[in-house]
Write a protein that binds this ligand. Structure first.
Ligand code: FAD
Ligand code: NAP
Ligand code: SF4
Length: 675
């Protein structure tokens, strides 16, 4: 008996059978661009094949140079390139897995001067204007897709995925937003669909009947002048007749102003579109976006709303996601918290994608936690992300570990993060570490503030200091006024804010605190409420599925302040910052930049000077929240070094500036790999 009978059921595709209903969705890791990295890519996919993924899909490979993401980006255009892929396909097959290659033509999203599209309409998120493909160019591009598919077969792949969503070339042909053509490839909905349908037909002809052809269909463009539901349904039928084997859902173009995958998007928020698609096709349909636990996946499949589920980032977070579900160990899954910090944010700056909660992702051959040759007795002080990663990874290697935490629970600052509306997922990381501590027999001492003597006399072979950070209290006259509190006091519930609030400091925590102050209850927990807030409508009524956003009003008036004259939120993640900035606007947070002095706090409120002129302003607020950065907690490490005891200092205890959980967890894991 399993708790996930639908998730773990095989799927017969006629010429082959998938062992379960879990597809590892396509992700560009940065290892696709050069064949010299294919060994690393092979290890990455093989680990996930061993972890039980039913079908894996590679990052996108362009069928031509003009379809590339950027100069020298991944492409599959020659037999020589195809041969270079064999190391990947052989490793996957040896591990018992199946893998399909994604063919992606970026169209106007190509960050190159030679990019092309259906029409010469520039994307708002690119600085390059595309050239409209000529009719010959359209035919040539279709042939290129077919050639790439044929090469994928030669390379040993089990199938291909044709990328038809997310606003890439095929999607650009489909939507009136970008297709202004008047020839046979534009104008009427049938003509706009022709490029997609002909591409699928050509691919099927090129690969023969016994090869998986997934078509990624954009069911919800989430941009103005996107497709209607009627058009999407007609496309599904035509693509099916043209020879696709599976329809995988795509949600939202990259330029959409509605979040589709960040952590504040409710789990399975878009599953209903899979169910709707199933009513118009007999092909297996894959539900996608924010499916990160076996329970959620099983729920979608059991309701008949989809035939498969696609998880992408959750496979970075835990390669053994499926195996743990099979073995009834779902509570051991390292859950993707949808932060984007180490995956998509890396991709956008051309850094290798990895994972905040699993720094081994993409580094399988470089960051290895093999069994230790010499078992050591290790003290780890501090159970924030750095200490938790160090303690659990050390124990995994076979060391004898004791973890000391001054607070009454594990988590450190991360336990505050999970209380922010929209960041509820962060609790999963703490759940994961708690379970790992238990399984790996780490001796945990809660409510135990470690003094240096204990470590000196404790007989430990190694000491790891991960005592983290504490909020900085800036030197402002009246900082001890009763209206002033730190972010930690506010979020932990120790103090409560009034109706008018000033937030000092607009980094990640200042912005989070604004969300905390302006939200009565988290819309992340209710799909329909979240959709209304962001203006996700019904594509049967509104083209592209966009309607007017209806944010729920803030219960407080909030001012967010920083000294820098630059606009707020510049330092936030590339793929998440815009969501936070949009939220601040929706909630009416007044943003004040260029504060030259926080002069004082008194019963009248917060006294400021602003701008070069030094204009004075008094904010008559009831509460002032300090989010002015953090300082390292170094009392223990300083005392140890004064006694000549050497310790490994990691995370915020080492350096507070630009600290985040990504660095803390990576440092803890890397240290454990070395000791
Ligand atoms: P800490 O988390 O500070 O943990 C240190 C631990 O050591 C604490 O539990 C403390 O009690 C314990 N300790 C200290 N001294 C002793 C002692 N002598 N004996 C025993 N125990 C001791 N990061 C992100 O990457 N992404 C985010 O989205 C994000 N959002 C955040 C939102 C909020 C509201 C907050 C507050 C933080 C957020 N962070 C985020 C930051 C992230 O939580 C921190 O960077 C991370 O927790 C730092 O980890 P650490 O282990 O170094 O230190
Ligand atoms: P931060 O990003 O360094 O921001 C601190 C803010 O305080 C800045 O706006 C700074 O701007 C201001 N400040 C600094 N010193 C000050 C002083 N003496 N007086 C008044 N203002 C001062 O730090 P944070 O917001 O505390 O966040 C800590 C870490 O957590 C960050 O590094 C971040 O990576 C992580 N985090 C990430 C996320 C995320 O979504 N990815 C969310 C939350 C936290 P001015 O100097 O211009 O005023
Ligand atoms: Fe998920 Fe964050 Fe890891 Fe990306 S970095 S896979 S979003 S947990």
């Amino acid at each position: 008996m399993t708790a996930y009978p639908h998730l773990l059921a095989p799927l017969d595709l006629g010429h082959t059978t998938l062992p379960n209903r879990v597809v590892m969705g396509s992700m560009h890791t940065g290892l696709e661009d050069h064949a010299r990295d294919f060994g690393k890519l092979a290890a990455y996919f093989a680990e996930r094949a061993r972890g039980g993924a039913g079908l894996m899909i590679t990052g996108g490979f362009s069928p031509s140079i003009e379809g590339s993401f950027y100069p020298l980006a991944s492409k599959l255009t020659t037999r020589r390139e195809a041969r270079e892929h064999r190391v990947i396909t052989e490793a996957v097959h040896a591990a018992g897995g199946r893998i399909a290659l994604q063919i992606l033509h970026a169209g106007r999203y190509g960050y190159t001067p030679w990019c092309v599209s259906a029409s010469a309409v520039k994307s708002p998120i690119s600085r390059f204007s595309p050239r409209a493909l000529s009719e010959r160019g359209v035919r040539r591009t279709i042939n290129n897709f077919a050639r790439a598919a044929q090469l994928a077969r030669i390379a040993g792949y089990d199938g291909v995925e044709i990328m038809g969503s997310e606003g890439y070339l095929i999607n650009q042909f489909l939507a009136p937003r970008t297709n202004k053509r008047t020839d046979a490839w534009g104008g009427s909905p049938e003509n706009r669909r022709r490029f997609a349908v002909e591409t699928v037909r050509a691919v099927r002809e090129a690969v023969g009947p016994d090869f998986i052809v997934v078509y990624r269909i954009s069911v919800l463009d989430l941009v103005e002048d996107g497709q209607t539901w009627e058009e999407v349904a007609a496309l599904a039928g035509e693509v099916e007749r043209a020879g696709a084997s599976i329809l995988n859902l795509g949600i939202g173009w990259h330029e959409a102003r509605v979040p589709t995958i960040v952590t504040s998007v409710p789990r399975a928020a878009f599953a209903e579109y899979a169910a709707r698609l199933k009513t118009v096709t007999s092909l297996p349909v894959v539900a996608t976006n924010r499916i990160n636990t076996p329970e959620v996946a099983e729920g979608i499949l059991a309701s008949g709303g989809a035939d498969l589920v696609s998880l992408a980032r959750p496979f970075l977070a835990d390669p053994a996601w499926v195996r743990k579900a099979q073995e009834d160990r779902a509570d051991e899954i390292n859950t993707c918290i949808a932060c984007n910090q180490a995956c998509l944010d890396h991709t956008f700056v051309k850094e290798r994608a990895t994972c905040l909660v699993n720094p081994r992702a993409g580094y399988e051959t470089e960051l290895v936690l093999g069994p230790t040759q010499r078992v050591k007795h290790v003290a780890v002080v501090g159970a924030g992300p750095a200490g938790l990663a160090a303690a659990t990874s050390l124990a995994e290697r076979g060391h004898r570990v004791e973890l000391f935490e001054a607070g009454d629970d594990i988590g450190g600052q991360f336990a505050l993060a999970m209380r922010i509306p929209g960041k509820e997922e962060f609790a999963e990381t703490i759940r994961y570490f708690r379970r790992q501590l238990d399984i790996k027999d780490v001796k945990v001492h809660l409510g135990h503030r470690v003094e240096p003597d204990e470590l000196v006399d404790g007989g430990f072979d190694e000491v790891v200091v991960a005592t983290g950070v504490e909020p900085r209290v800036p030197a402002i006259e009246g900082a001890d006024h009763p209206s002033v509190m730190t972010y930690a006091q506010l979020i932990s519930g120790e103090r409560v804010a009034g109706g008018r609030v000033a937030v000092i400091g607009a980094g990640g925590i200042g912005v989070d605190v604004c969300e905390f102050l302006t939200t009565t209850h988290s819309p992340t927990l209710d799909v329909q409420e979240w959709k209304a807030e962001w203006g996700v409508g019904d594509p049967a009524q509104d083209r592209g599925g966009l309607t007017r956003p209806a944010p729920s009003p803030s219960p407080r008036q909030v001012f967010l302040l920083q000294r820098k004259p630059t606009s707020i939120g510049k330092g936030l993640g590339k793929t998440t910052g815009w969501v936070h900035r949009a939220n601040l606007k929706m909630k009416g947070v007044e943003q004040i930049t260029g504060v030259t002095a926080y002069e004082k706090v008194d019963d009248d409120g917060l006294h400021l000077r602003i701008g070069e002129s030094g204009e004075r302003r008094v904010l008559a607020v009831d509460s002032i929240i300090l989010c002015a950065g953090q300082e390292s907690v170094r009392t223990l490490s300083d005392a140890l070094s004064a006694r000549g005891v050497s310790a490994h200092v990691i995370g915020g205890a080492e350096v507070a500036a630009e600290l985040d959980a990504k660095r803390a967890i990576r440092q803890g894991t890397e240290l454990a790999a070395r000791l």
